[in-house]
Write a protein that binds this ligand. Structure first.
Ligand SMILES: Cc1ncc(COP(=O)(O)OP(=O)(O)O)c(N)n1
Ligand SMILES: Cc1ncsc1CCOP(=O)(O)O
Ligand SMILES: [Mg+2]
Length: 368
């Protein structure tokens, strides 16, 4: 790219020679080339790691295609002269690694680390690229913004896909053994958790929600917060569950953005239609049976479960009084997903109960 570069003879003579002797300019040029070469490789490698997950983990041709497009855009800039400047044996950075790079706690952590790597490398390319070609800085800047969008879309897609795959939803109740019970359920295959505590102080809520979010994400499960949009944002939860008396969905959506999940409780057909029209990502359907967990709330019954089975266009969870003894009645009424509090929070062996409930739900063939 000599014809338009900063080191173009004509520009060099007029601009740089005044500052650095010619031999030093050449040395600096080589350094810039090495930086560009290394960061072009780094960006491409990071994108490839992300692309593999989009393709094989998410089966998303659209997201994988975006990664591929970005990789190919980079190749245009990876010229022979930049590759020729490579000096791997002389690079003091090849042996440097951080302990966190040796271990990733989850796919989410792996993806985030690689997005970070790609975004940083693109920023380097943007700055040093300006010394190489007038258009390189701008091109890398645009790519960096596309990577930010890709990151947001991928994380949102990931959440929605996991939501659709989740058949069992544990809604917590206050417990001395909250963390160990939740972990036991996660070990049994739970992929969706809601932190619900109607009475605790915010300091306690904040501490527990942070720990639960970490735990859920370590096991690759979604973490939701009951009622409180502010808390969901504060602990970087995957979303919020809102009842009919809680914040309107439109307001929550504005605060949470398009990628986080919003669930809405519904007790009848009107509430269901309204929740879907307002953009709920999933709905709670119940209480199926009267339950001491929600004192004074009348049962909506199995008829409403059947109505949801026929009419809901979004994932829905039957909730209220569901346990190992009656889950098959709820399934027979049309439920493919259920949410429980006591069945798991009060279980002596939460892992086994989770496995049992999931085994019953997994007998139903997945929706198309
Ligand atoms: C999955 C799910 N469905 C329903 C509810 C109940 O929400 P809400 O009506 O707001 O009542 P509280 O849980 O806030 O007491 C839920 N939490 N989760
Ligand atoms: C929060 C909530 N919303 C409708 S029923 C219910 C509680 C369900 O609790 P349990 O599973 O213990 O009956
Ligand atoms: Mg509520």
């Amino acid at each position: 790219m000599k014809e338009a570069g900063y080191y173009d003879e004509s520009i060099t003579n007029r601009v740089v020679v005044m500052v650095e002797p010619y031999s030093q300019q050449k040395q600096i040029q080589q350094v810039v080339y090495r930086i560009l070469d290394a960061n072009l490789d780094r960006t491409r490698e990071g994108l490839r790691i992300i692309e593999e997950w989009c393709r094989f983990g998410l089966n998303s041709a659209q997201l994988a295609g975006e990664c591929k497009y970005l990789r190919q855009e980079l190749v245009i800039w990876h010229t022979e002269e930049l590759r020729a400047a490579r000096d791997t044996p002389g690079d003091p950075g090849t042996d440097l690694s951080h302990p966190q790079e040796e271990q990733r706690s989850s796919i989410k952590a792996l993806l985030q680390a690689n997005f970070c790597r790609v975004e940083e490398a693109l920023r380097v390319l943007e700055e040093y690229g300006k010394l190489y070609h007038p258009k390189m800085g701008q091109a890398c800047k645009q790519m960096r913004y596309r990577v930010y969008s890709l990151e947001t879309n991928l994380m949102g897609y990931q959440r929605h896909q996991l939501l659709r795959r989740s058949r069992l939803y544990l809604v917590t109740s206050p417990s001395e053994s909250l963390l160990s019970t939740v972990e036991a359920a996660l070990k049994g295959g739970l992929t969706l958790l809601q932190y619900r505590d109607k009475d605790a102080d915010d300091t306690v809520r904040l501490e527990l929600a942070t720990k639960l979010r970490q735990l859920c994400h370590t096991y690759g499960a979604l973490f939701m917060i009951n009622d409180r949009v502010d808390l969901a944002l504060a602990v970087d939860a995957d979303g919020v569950h809102l009842g009919q008396q809680d914040m309107p969905i439109a307001v929550a959506r504005q605060l949470l953005g398009p990628q986080r999940l919003i669930g809405r409780s519904t007790t009848n057909a009107d509430e269901m239609q309204k929740a879907i029209a307002e953009g709920a990502d999933y709905i709670g359907v119940g209480p199926v049976y009267e339950t001491p967990t929600k004192v004074g709330k009348a049962a909506a019954g199995l008829e409403y479960v059947s109505y949801a089975a026929q009419n809901s266009s979004v994932p829905w969870f039957a909730i209220g009084g569901i346990d190992a003894n009656n889950i098959n009645d709820v399934i027979d009424a049309g439920a493919e997903r259920v949410a429980v509090v006591r069945s798991l929070m009060q279980a002596e062996q939460p892992t086994l109960v989770t496995q049992y409930l999931l085994s019953q739900l997994n007998r139903i063939k997945p929706e198309t």
